[in-house]
Design a protein around this ligand. Structure first.
Ligand code: MN
Length: 405
């Protein structure tokens, strides 16, 4: 698709007509509703619907995308095609333009009502680094790691939109020099740069979603920051976890990039050796060429690449449902920390500072071992769009506030 919108779009926005990510927004005194990003604007789909310009089965005058996500692939495709028509054909300009609202005038809310939340551990470099840090004497990878995508179930009730402040969690932790644990604010607060996908169409209990069924169930992708209190996590995760070291907060991007917008980003995934069991095999390329950027206080500290992930999203979904656990609309599956082989491709401070052993120096000369109160972490990602430019997810930001006494 090389069509151009009559809406002015800067290349740097990442919001050309080949993206059209979905979000939920509000203006002061108005109810939340669904929109898509185009250039520096949000296109108000509830407004378009009221004007009779899009098909709408009560999807868009809503505080979450869930009603539209459950409608399924045919509805998603039809709406996307209609929006592209409205935004590229000059004849629609006069009727559509009143429904464009500057992004600076709206508040972007959490786009989905999250059902269940799973966090994988699918980067080979991240799992290897974490294994070396925690078990320096042993094999970095557990024996199952290359046979199944390892994951834990997280807490969906603490998934927050971008911009939500993150209060430093308190809990029980034991420093390596201490015999006994103590209680207090986490001293090792960290971020994890991740990419997640959101289920739209549910599956039946007792059945599974094969890798080839991914696009029939999955609505789109978001950026995820899996905030992590490493000291709490290490002490509690013996032998089960993560639990409180993760459950205090997870942040997601304001925009859900639909699957259709990522077609040009699909690349072959890394070779898997040993070959996975048949239920985990994929016939199509499902690596995704997303270039991530991690910033602390506006300064880039790492640039991981999602294309290097060992386990792909269709494999993660097939594995998560192989026992017959049904998918629910709004289920969020995050990738696990995205890390590459180079030091500047590591997706969390645990790896960037080797668990606090080496300072990370920011471009302005300041140094970090873990996050300090007042630090703002921002995640970004771009991908090749079908129009030849780059598409984006918008900024995912959160600022650390001091612990509550
Ligand atoms: Mn994680």
């Amino acid at each position: 698709m090389t069509t151009v919108s009559w809406v002015e779009v800067n290349d740097d926005d990442g919001f050309g007509v080949d993206n059209l990510p979905y979000g939920v927004f509000s203006r002061p005194g108005e109810l939340p509703r669904v929109g898509v990003a185009i250039g520096a604007h949000v296109l108000d789909l509830a407004g378009l619907s009221a004007a009779g310009l899009v098909d709408d089965r009560r999807w868009f005058a809503a505080g979450s995308l869930n009603g539209f996500m459950i409608a399924g692939r045919a509805a998603w495709q039809a709406n996307r095609a209609r929006l592209i028509e409205l935004l590229t054909d000059e004849r629609h300009r006069a009727s559509v333009e009143p429904h464009l609202i500057p992004l600076t005038d709206v508040e972007l809310l959490r786009p989905i009502e999250v059902a269940d939340f799973v966090d994988f551990y699918s980067s080979l470099d991240h799992a290897t680094n974490a294994g070396r840090i925690f078990r320096p004497q042993g094999e970095p990878l557990s024996p199952n790691w290359k046979h199944l995508p390892v994951a834990y179930h997280g807490r969906s009730g603490t998934i927050y939109p971008s911009g939500t402040p993150i209060v430093r969690p308190c809990g029980q932790r034991r420093a390596s020099r201490d015999q006994e644990p103590s209680y207090g604010p986490s001293l090792k607060l960290d971020f994890e740069a991740e990419v997640g996908f959101v289920a739209g169409v549910p599956s039946a209990a007792g059945s599974r979603v094969p890798t080839a069924g991914f696009a029939d169930h999955v609505f789109g992708f978001v950026l995820v920051n899996d905030w992590s209190a490493r000291d709490i996590q290490f002490w509690e995760s013996q032998p089960l976890g993560p639990f409180l070291g993760k459950s205090f907060a997870t942040s997601i991007s304001p925009w859900v990039v639909p699957l259709a917008a990522l077609e040009a980003a699909r690349v072959p995934q890394p070779v898997q050796d040993p070959a996975p069991l048949p239920y985990l095999q994929v016939d199509e390329p499902w690596g995704l060429d997303l270039a991530l950027e991690i910033l602390i206080n506006g300064q880039v500290v790492a640039r991981p690449s999602f294309a290097s992930m060992y386990w792909t999203p269709p494999q993660q979904l097939a594995h998560a449902t192989v026992n017959g656990a049904p998918l629910r609309t709004g289920d969020l599956f995050a990738s696990g920390t995205v890390s590459g082989p180079e030091r500047d491709q590591r997706g969390c401070l645990l790896e960037l500072t080797w668990n606090g052993a080496e300072h990370l120096e920011l471009p302005d000369g300041s140094k970090r071992l873990f996050l300090e109160d007042g630090d703002t972490v921002t995640l970004r990602a771009t991908a090749p769009g079908t129009g030849g430019g780059r598409i984006g997810f918008g900024d995912l930001s959160g600022t650390v506030l001091p612990a509550n006494p």
